[in-house]
Design a protein around this ligand. Structure first.
Ligand code: ASP
Length: 354
């Protein structure tokens, strides 16, 4: 990865000057050239290789952009081996899996979401049903589950044996001041302090945004959220404007990583608005990440050098088929399919990890 060149910076600055209020900092991080697709495109978080492939295959057969994106992420939602999404996701602190998802359909400007939904493997489909069959945007908890039942979604125990074992190990080892005995193979008590040190936040999600040859856009984000969260905790993933935002005239964007930070800056909306102001998808992602870095004031979330001790990633596609992704920290990948085979590309980044 190259440091953003002076020429690149001047171009960014010129775009931002034209954008008026959207003023980038003097160091918008490290970037790679933004990619572009003529035909259908699907971009996703790194766990989205099969999802982007599926979405492209379906769009090629004429599927709607949102149906394609949802069918893609369903693969990950239904995969018991992905512990960050859907079935097999890691549970809350009580050992209960609670799922969050939202969808946006560009052509109809539709939106739907569910949060803290239990027992249903595919919250993204329930989110789409909220969009299609209610006058609301977001249903949560018990109400979301009853709504899903009414629409015939099958209920399943989402906590797999493996996820339960992982949760139990956490439960038994996160404190030495309770009655749960630490297993001998645990890394030691008090994982909370480890969790608050650099890069050890344990999140995971899939975001997938799609664009077809007509330039229509859609997106979906789905997750089991922060593992061992306080029951009822909801992150950015089901929040329209935070974990996902689509404006069919401009672009689509989504996020993964520390949801609390994304919510506070209305992350995906910030990315799309930066594209509206003229930034490329990748520069728009970096712009939103810079906002997060600037807005992180709490000492427990900062490293000694004042940089965030967590990561966030944004993924974006513009109406004209440009795409890009960026992370706070170097080393991240994203999944992309521009009509052929899905592949990983490097995310741009704000800060180089030592
Ligand atoms: N953003 C998700 C959340 O905060 C988790 C993640 O993407 O890792 O719930």
């Amino acid at each position: 990865m190259k440091e953003l060149s002076r020429r690149g910076f001047l171009q960014t600055a010129a775009v931002a000057a034209a954008a008026g209020a959207l003023k980038p900092s003097t160091s918008l991080g490290h970037s790679e050239p933004t990619g572009r697709a003529q035909g259908p495109l699907a971009i996703a978080s790194a766990n989205g290789l099969p999802a982007t492939q599926k979405a492209i295959d379906l769009m090629r057969q004429g599927a709607d952009t949102l149906d394609a994106a949802i069918a893609g992420v369903n693969i990950v939602e239904e995969d018991p081996n992905d512990h960050s999404v859907g079935y097999g996701g890691l549970p809350n602190e009580d050992g209960v899996v609670e799922l969050d998802s939202c969808v946006m359909h560009g052509p109809s400007a539709g939106a739907g979401a569910v949060a803290a939904l239990r027992n249903i493997k595919t919250p993204s489909r329930v989110a789409r049903t909220v969009m299609q069959r209610t006058d609301h945007v977001l249903l949560v908890g018990e109400g979301a589950l009853r709504f899903a039942r009414a629409h015939g979604f099958e209920e399943t125990q989402l906590l797999t044996d493996e996820a339960r074992r992982i949760w139990l190990k956490w439960k038994e080892s996160h404190s030495d001041r309770d009655d749960w005995i630490t297993p001998t193979d645990a890394t030691g008590p008090n994982q909370r302090s480890q969790r608050l040190s650099d890069f050890t936040y344990t999140y995971g999600t899939i975001n997938c945004c799609t664009r077809n040859t007509d330039g229509d856009l859609s997106g979906v984000t789905t997750t089991s959220g922060l593992r061992y969260k306080i029951p009822g905790r909801v992150g950015d993933s089901p929040i329209i404007g935070a974990g996902l935002f689509v404006d069919n005239e401009i672009g689509a964007a989504g996020s993964t990583g520390r949801g609390e930070a994304v919510i506070k800056i209305c992350g995906a909306h910030t990315v799309v608005e930066a594209m509206r102001a003229g930034m490329s998808p990748q520069q728009a992602c970096l712009h939103a990440l810079k906002r997060i870095a600037d807005q992180t004031k709490d000492q427990r979330l900062l490293r000694k050098d004042g940089r965030p001790n967590f990561d966030v990633k944004f993924y974006a596609v513009s109406k004209d088929g440009r795409y890009g992704a960026a992370a706070i920290w170097s080393g991240a990948k994203f999944a992309i399919n521009t009509g052929d085979k899905s592949r990983h590309e490097d995310c741009a980044f704000l800060f180089e990890r030592a």
